[in-house]
Design a protein around this ligand. Structure first.
Ligand code: G
Ligand code: G
Ligand code: MN
Ligand code: NA
Length: 253
């Protein structure tokens, strides 16, 4: 059966959840942010992978509603993080289609104003591959998001083919090394070289470098010794509900 109808009902109903994975600053050991990740527990399909249903949403025009739901829930959680005094930045994943909507900055600002949150508290993650789709149009949206005061990150870096000159001209502040390079970097010398060079590249472009997919302590230490700025992964914490994240951050202090 087609997923479209189920997904539409899930977005309108109460089946979609948003969880939050901490981002740890390696130099200080402080939790500096959290990434919002969407989850769908369907009564008939069970747990559906976001990789799968985000693609369906993109192909069918449901992505606007899905992104709005994540923005609404995510920014409401950010309000709770602020009230708890956590001082975290919230990261939200954008899909390629989101970048084609010239009203995207206004959609985000509406949720921020409602929750009395500043644009600088939000990081918008844009995948390297979506940066390359119709670059002139997506670039206009990216510039508008930057001008509105949001922090921008390039997600899944290393899996696309962006040129250095293009990267250098983008108004981004953060580069996230794809987990496919990070998870096996201690076993595969080629992955290690990619991670090391990406950290250097990011720093040369004055970007903060985030490694995702950190699944063990040795990898965390290796990344710290390479000068990586921030890490994210199951070794640090799995994605948590908003109240769980607040408790987790407070307990670590
Ligand atoms: O959370 P998980 O690792 O299962 O996510 C799988 C994929 O789905 C990742 O590529 C992730 O970036 C993407 N994803 C998770 N949450 C969101 C979201 O809210 N919006 C978009 N566009 N993608 C998301
Ligand atoms: O594409 P993006 O980087 O946004 O996707 C992040 C995805 O990676 C999320 O779906 C999250 O659940 C998943 N993830 C987070 N930490 C780890 C980890 O340590 N290992 C693996 N395999 N996946 C992770
Ligand atoms: Mn991401
Ligand atoms: Na990624």
């Amino acid at each position: 059966l087609s997923m479209l109808g189920d997904l539409r009902a899930a977005i309108e109903g109460d089946e979609i959840d948003v969880v939050f994975q901490p981002k740890l600053e390696l130099g200080t050991g402080r939790v500096v942010g959290a990434e919002a990740l969407v989850r769908w527990e369907s009564p008939t399909r069970g747990r559906v992978s976001p990789a799968e249903f985000v693609r369906v949403a993109e192909d069918t025009g449901l992505i606007k509603d899905l992104t709005d739901l994540v923005l609404k829930r995510g920014i409401a959680a950010l309000r709770m993080f602020d009230d708890a005094g956590l001082g975290l930045r919230l990261a939200i994943n954008l899909s390629t289609h989101d970048l084609f909507d010239t009203k995207l900055p206004a959609r985000v600002l509406t949720q921020l104003e409602y929750n009395q949150v500043q644009p600088s508290e939000l990081t918008l993650e844009i995948t390297e591959s979506s940066l390359l789709v119709d670059a002139p149009r997506t670039r206009a949206t990216i510039d508008d998001l930057h001008d509105a005061g949001f922090r921008l990150a390039i997600d899944d870096f290393g899996t696309g083919y962006s040129s250095l000159s293009y990267l250098r001209r983008l108004p981004v502040q953060e580069l996230k090394i794809d987990q496919s390079f990070v998870s096996g970097m201690l076993l595969d010398p080629q992955d290690e070289v990619i991670v090391r060079s990406t950290i250097d590249l990011g720093h040369n472009l004055r970007l903060s470098v985030v490694a995702e997919g950190v699944e063990d302590e040795a990898t965390l230490h290796a990344l710290a010794s390479m000068g990586c700025d921030v890490a994210q992964g199951y070794w640090i914490a799995r994605p948590l509900s908003a109240p769980e994240l607040i408790a987790w951050v407070i307990e670590r202090r």
